[in-house]
Design a protein around this ligand. Sequence first.
Ligand code: 2RA
Length: 327
Amino acid sequence: MKVGVVGATGEVGRTMVKVLEEKNIDINELRLFASKKSEGKEIKFKDKIYYVEELTEEKMKEKYDYLLFSAGGSVSKKYAPIASEYGNTVIDNSSAFRMVNDIPLVVPEINGDIIKGYRGIIANPNCSTIQMVLALRNVEKELGISEIFVSTYQAVSGAGNKGIKELLDQQNGINNINHFPEIINNNVIPIIGPVLENGFTEEEMKMVNETRKIYDDYGIKVYPTAVRVPVLYGHSESITFRVKKKSTLEDVKKLLSSVDNVVYTDDLVTPINIAGSDITYVSRLRQMDETTFLIWVVADNVRVGAATNAVRILLKHYELNNNKRDE
Ligand code: 2RA
């Protein structure tokens, strides 16, 4: 398999390479792309050193089995269509194509089957969306969900290498508040990304819109508040959800416990104890009434919320299509 990673030197890009290695995917050619300033950087994959190449339009016209993108929306908008036009399957982690009608937005455990027979750009959902829809997957499937009230507590790694450095600098007494005003040590800021005309942030509206597309249920009402917290890895979410069919605590616990790559536990779960895991952890299940339940969901945002979901999409696409190329 020939795989390319665009944005290979970023936090998510480097994790994509790590997950590709961990999943022991049969890759006989790996190409790593980034901006010119990163050209020549070394990245290890399966005990071999690979050198980062400058991303160019010409290189996107080559034939790959898969291209994984995580270099920001502007890079995806410029280069992903070229790669797709030349017959490549692109898995894009940016928000550039997520809400484009004919582009699949995929969490493989939920709607992976929609990419059978598909070739082109596949969108990877936003990290805070992935862990929420994954945790609620079987509740939605068996009971139906009418409303979701969610507050997120998002790690600074969601803002990539720069976000991590900003927090670490602040914690070491260096006054680095250059890129992300919401990254403030010892504080929590209820603003992530631009605030839109409706008063919600772009981050919050991603959870509203992406949830509906992934569940293919545009009647679900999502009420989000996205908060940045001074944590390095791991998004936490406090979720209250209202189901359509009356249910019991035990039944809902069974549904939460029956999703692939999701673990329900009555133990305390925090970002620090799950960082580095590919599992979405659900805990603190409570029942308010016959249709209203509350949970606490934690997952590594760089892995579950980006790199691992992207690689799971690649594996699902390959499984469904044996990656028969149209020569
Ligand atoms: C964040 N979800 O946490 C956004 C983008 N990864 O910053």
